[in-house]
Ligand binder design. Structure first.
Ligand code: FMN
Length: 337
């Protein structure tokens, strides 16, 4: 896809998605709405609406239409999270119908294998990027036919998988083994990290936590202000004992879940209400960040102020460029091989 203006940092990813910045903003449960994705897309990056943030497929369809209006013809994306629970995946068919019927062309899949969804998405002309937490799963998705992969490290907000492998290591391994565009995600919140990712040959980065203070994120200002005061020690993990590690804001609910787990509690009927979606939504609505297991990673350390998504993304791009230029100048004397 052609980008609407020439990228300053052109990569296979900017070509693939037709974007100006090699930056993806991943799906955010409850928060990656049409308004947020439009802010990201209008700034030249790619964002993905999370259908599960809407009460039903009709409301999701309205969001897709609103996003199309707000982005004036630029491509935008949808996140399709493939669950371990078949009942959850029942809703997927309706979401894919909306994607295909509304002409959405950019898809981020996550969770379990996207293989079953690919024939329909590819037939509709979609570009599909799969987020994986192991190189093995990324390679499997490539064999199944995805166009690109994002390797998401243990630092990420949300579900980092069980391997505890850092993002840079995963992406470096993937770059050695795969011949599709490779994106690095997890723990990224600064321009110098974007420069490092590009310098090692990655095609771009994927952000989540860093973007939570964007003006277009509808969550209550008290929650967003809390993020502004955090440093890199702000997150913790829960649910490792259920083999479903979850990186989240270190708050009272996370401490309570950890306490229950260490006392041997493994019944999801007990843990689920503390961890599930409805309590998160209330926290975002009221701004009471002490309640709920709220997806977050240490990249929130760079959440330094509330500002439009475009301002955050412009700053990241400018900082990445400055870092790459400084590196090039520093290494000027390097002899060609
Ligand atoms: C608040 C929040 C909600 C998220 N919800 C989803 C989701 O619904 N689907 C998904 O695929 N990833 C979700 N993620 C993961 C992000 O898309 C992204 O992969 C991750 O945040 C990258 O790591 P970072 O937070 O260190 O930047 C979520 C992350 C956060 C912080």
């Amino acid at each position: 896809m052609p980008a609407s203006s020439t990228p300053k940092l052109p990569t296979r990813l900017t070509d693939l998605f037709g974007i100006e910045k090699p930056i993806l903003c991943g799906g955010l449960m409850w928060l990656a709405t049409a308004e947020y994705v439009a802010g990201v897309v209008n700034a030249g990056a790619m964002g993905f609406i999370t259908p599960r943030s809407y009460p039903d497929a009709d409301a999701f369809r309205d969001a897709v239409r609103r996003c199309r209006e707000m982005t004036g013809g630029r491509p935008f994306g949808v996140n399709l999270y493939i669950s371990a629970r078949p009942a959850e995946n029942e809703k997927m068919k309706a979401y894919v119908d909306v994607v295909v019927e509304e002409g959405v062309r950019c898809i981020e899949t996550a969770g379990y294998s996207p293989e079953a969804l690919l024939p329909r998405l590819k037939e509709a002309g979609c570009v599909v990027l799969h987020k994986a937490t192991t190189v093995r799963h990324a390679a499997k998705a490539v064999s199944a036919g995805v166009d690109a992969v994002a390797l998401i490290g243990a630092e990420c907000g949300g579900h980092p998988g069980m391997g505890d492998i850092p993002a840079m290591l995963l992406a470096a391994r993937a770059l050695e083994q795969l011949d599709v565009p490779v994106v690095v995600g997890g723990g990224i919140g600064s321009g110098r990290q974007i420069a490092a990712a590009l310098a090692m040959g990655a095609d771009g980065v994927l952000l989540g936590s860093r973007m939570l203070v964007a003006d277009e994120i509808w969550a209550h200002p008290l929650y967003k202000q809390h993020l502004v005061g955090l440093d890199e020690t702000c997150s913790t993990t829960v649910l490792r004992s259920l083999k479903n590690t979850y990186r989240c804001l270190a708050n009272e609910t996370a401490a309570e879940v950890a306490r229950l787990e260490s006392s041997g509690q493994s019944d999801y009927a007990v843990l689920g209400p503390l961890v599930g979606g409805p309590i998160q939504k209330v926290a975002y609505e009221t701004g009471d960040w002490t309640k709920g297991v709220l997806s977050l990673g240490p990249a929130a350390a760079w959440c330094d102020k509330l500002e439009p998504a475009g301002a955050i993304l412009d700053r990241l791009e400018a900082d990445a460029l400055a870092c790459l230029r400084a590196t090039a100048a520093r290494l000027e004397g390097l002899q060609p091989a």
